[in-house]
Design a protein around this ligand. Structure first.
Ligand SMILES: [Zn+2]
Length: 492
């Protein structure tokens, strides 16, 4: 893995520079699939009708180990890396404000190392690599699961950026969700000339939001929900004949998600009734509550303890503390120097975000490796979380994660009983009394048009900033940044 560290850094920096939003990860697809094809993997694209997706396979026979990680960025989080002040690379452009530029580096470098060992030792087994497309809008994994992509796979090892290194089992913190758009159809009219002839779709959107916001008081506090108005009409003097509101409805259990979703549905139908408009709904994303596999998590935890955290330099620590100060973090802790240990099921459920890896976790024994490529106490889905993501912190954290990933792949390849234990846990403990029923129906299609307009707007300017590993050792070097650059250089 140490000898692959250069490739790790190049993948981390390249994906950072592509800065692609969900459903539009085409440069990322081109770049990663080329690496995999050059290394003997067979690559398919356009999985489940997602044009930016891909599925790479190498080897034959069992076990079949599938490594996944997300690749999409966050709107408006463009930020120069390696500096400790706000400086967008391109004002308003997307960026990696969660750090999804690092996980595929973990998976790919681990897979290439393990493949080399398998070839040398003549070990049977199949390695699959796949991306979480549009994870930030929960837009792919439930579709992959629906379409049977995880059939025949023995274990899924997923990786996600974090500020420490950890794996867990059982139900995790956080929620599952339904992501749904309601589009209302009304009648246009001149807003001043004859407004009585109009039926406003925007009124219906607003009444839906008012209804839901009143209902909020009577929802359980572990639930979360939020919305944006995707289309509120064209101009004030035209009564909006079309309007769309986009909701995330989150809860701790699938049953509660379904129940809240049914409430929202009735409110939207009520709003249509009040305004004499009609309503159509479209499922645009889904995430099941996550449940991770105990035997694989325990095997991985041993590898985490063996690998340990990266050796941070004083520069790394200075930089991390500067970012925490910038973000007025409650605690200025710097980078983690102690492992937190395996995460076990919570005594009480805890609310929070979602990840569509949940859907995978109900189809095949799955774990998520959280690896230490980012700084604690910053703000996720915000430019601050991208600042460290093309620096030595991200590179070293990904290499540490790759070591753990590779070692766990070798455990699965060499210990058939681990695969058997994983499936016994999956069937007898996790799935006892639970039936997975996806929130995505057989005819729901992923919303692949999303983010296309934003990427069209920024793609040319982003392309000028793509990392060129032929000319520069690192992306920081290409950008002329003297890491850790704590204060903004004054103009000469
Ligand atoms: Zn994420």
């Amino acid at each position: 893995m140490e000898s692959n560290a250069k490739l790790t850094q190049e993948i981390v920096d390249s994906l950072f520079s592509f800065s692609e939003l969900g459903f539009q990860e085409f440069e990322t697809q081109r770049y990663l699939t080329k690496i995999l094809e050059d290394n003997g993997f067979t690559v398919e694209t356009n999985i489940s009708g997602l044009p930016s997706s891909w599925w790479a396979t190498w080897g034959s026979g069992s076990p079949v180990i599938a490594l996944g990680s997300d690749v999409d960025g966050i709107p408006k989080s463009s930020q120069l890396p390696g500096v400790a002040y706000r400086e967008p690379m391109i004002e308003g452009a997307p960026g990696h404000g969660e750090g999804h530029n690092s996980g595929q580096a973990v998976n790919i470098t681990a897979a290439l190392a393990v493949k080399e060992i398998m070839e040398r030792e003549g070990m049977p087994g199949t390695i699959v690599l796949w991306p979480g497309i549009a994870e930030e809008v929960l837009g792919s994994k439930a579709w992959f699961a629906r379409d049977g992509r995880f059939n025949g796979i023995d274990a899924v090892l997923f990786s996600h950026v974090s500020s420490n290194m950890r794996v867990g089992w059982g139900q995790t913190t956080g929620t599952g969700l339904v992501s749904v758009e309601y589009t209302f159809d009304g009648v246009a009219a001149h807003g001043a000339g004859d407004p009585w002839r109009g039926r406003s779709a925007l009124d219906a959107v607003e009444l839906t939001n008012i209804g839901w916001n009143f209902r909020r008081e009577h929802l359980h506090p572990l639930g979360r929900s939020h919305y944006v108005i995707v289309d509120g009409g064209d101009q004030p003097n035209v009564v909006p004949s079309k309007a769309t509101v986009w909701y995330f409805v989150r809860e701790i259990t699938a049953e509660k998600i379904r129940s809240n979703f049914a409430t929202l549905q009735r409110i939207a139908e009520g709003a249509a009734m009040m305004t004499d408009t009609t309503v159509n709904r479209r499922i645009v994303g889904a995430a099941y509550p996550r449940h991770f596999n105990r035997p694989i998590a325990e095997a991985m935890d041993k590898n985490i303890q063996a690998v340990g955290l990266p050796e941070w330099t004083e520069d790394d620590q200075t930089y991390a503390r500067a970012l925490q100060k910038l973000m007025e973090a409650d605690e200025i802790t710097g980078l983690a120097t102690e492992l937190p240990g395996i995460a076990t099921p919570l005594e009480e459920p805890q609310s929070g975000g979602s990840d569509d890896i949940g859907d995978v976790s109900w189809n095949v024994p799955t774990i998520t490796l959280r690896f230490p490529s980012n700084v604690d106490n910053l703000q996720f889905h915000h430019w601050s979380s991208s600042m460290a993501m093309a620096t030595p912190i991200a590179h070293k954290g990904a290499t540490a994660g790759a070591k753990v990933m590779a070692a766990t792949m070798l455990d699965l390849l060499q210990q058939p009983e681990l695969v058997n234990d994983a499936w016994r846990y999956f069937k007898e403990e996790q799935s006892a009394g639970e039936v997975y029923e996806s929130f995505v129906g057989p005819n729901d299609e992923p919303p692949i048009e999303k983010n296309a307009a934003i990427m069209d707007e920024y793609r040319d300017r982003l392309r000028e900033l793509y990392y060129d590993p032929e000319r520069y050792d690192t992306y920081l070097e290409q950008l002329g940044i003297n890491y850790p650059q704590l204060v903004k250089p004054t103009q000469p």
